[in-house]
Design a protein around this ligand. Structure first.
Ligand SMILES: C[S@@+](CC[C@H](N)C(=O)[O-])C[C@H]1O[C@@H](n2cnc3c(N)ncnc32)[C@H](O)[C@@H]1O
Length: 250
């Protein structure tokens, strides 16, 4: 069944059920993803004078670790999501995040920039994050606003539409300043996913289509396949992580 983004039941997205299923413990896929993104951002920012950066995690939902990967480099991180319950979850986490997220921060501490973060991650997360309920497609009006960005399991997990997948990738990348580093994660060939008892749609895209969508507005792209088919749930072939830099083309 085809389902557009505006037709999916985002008001029913249950962040507790989502965390329980996906982020209750650190799994091998998380380890790999964190180490890929940590290296990408640390390599970039270590040599950059243009800090502090302004970050955005698009479709943040009930996952804090994409924002964690940007924490040492940013004085502001927007956490954008369209679901009201995810907004409430993120606002509560902003006050003081659940102890379960500490294990994800620990993975990042393999790099000294994270391990030596002044004041520690909890205080920093609370100070720099800005929770915003909103539609990523409206990022069209915020071109070149953020200087680092993440978008994890969103563009392919918001509808069945190939056009909306491509538009989501485009909106994410064009919201970044030229040269900005980014990391994006995808479920390859996803058939949709359940959060608690509610089903959410996905767009069936493979690694080549993902890379092609990113390449329109990015340079220096590295693609990584992470994990085995159906490891965290039925109905996908691999997790895909893409790292790169917003291009200067348009
Ligand atoms: C599969 S979840 C991914 C959540 C999180 N980024 C992660 O890594 O687990 C997809 C997220 O996209 C959000 N979302 C769906 N459509 C959106 C839109 N148009 N604008 C912003 N967020 C959207 C949902 O509310 C949900 O939190």
């Amino acid at each position: 069944m085809s389902q557009l983004n505006r037709e999916a039941p985002w008001d029913a997205f249950d962040p507790q059920a989502y965390v329980e299923h996906n982020y209750k413990t650190v799994i091998q896929e998380d380890r790999e993803i964190v180490s890929i993104v940590r290296a990408h951002f640390a390599d970039h920012f270590r040599t950059r004078p243009d800090r502090p950066a302004r970050g955005i995690d698009v479709g943040a939902g009930a996952n804090l670790y994409p924002a964690f990967t940007m924490l040492p480099w940013c004085d502001e991180i927007t956490l954008l999501d369209r679901s009201p319950r995810n907004e409430l979850y993120l606002r509560a986490q902003q006050q003081s995040y659940d102890p379960g997220w500490d294990a994800f921060w620990e993975l990042l501490c393999a790099d000294a920039a994270y391990a030596s973060l002044p004041g520690g991650p909890r205080k920093r997360f609370s100070e720099v994050t800005r929770v915003r309920r909103g539609d990523l497609f409206a990022l069209r009006d915020r071109r070149e606003h953020w200087s680092v960005g993440t978008m994890f399991f969103v563009a392919e997990s918001l509808s069945t539409s190939r056009d909306e997948f491509q538009e989501a990738v485009e909106c994410f990348l064009l919201a970044l300043t030229p040269g900005a580093p980014f990391a994006a994660a995808f479920m390859e060939h996803s058939s949709g996913y359940d959060v608690g008892a509610t089903h959410f749609p996905a767009c069936n895209v493979g690694e080549e289509e993902i890379e092609a969508a990113i390449a329109v507005d990015a340079v220096g792209i590295s693609m990584f396949r992470v994990g085995q088919p159906d490891a965290v749930r039925p109905g996908y072939t691999s997790m895909i992580v893409a790292c790169g830099f917003r291009g200067t083309g348009r």
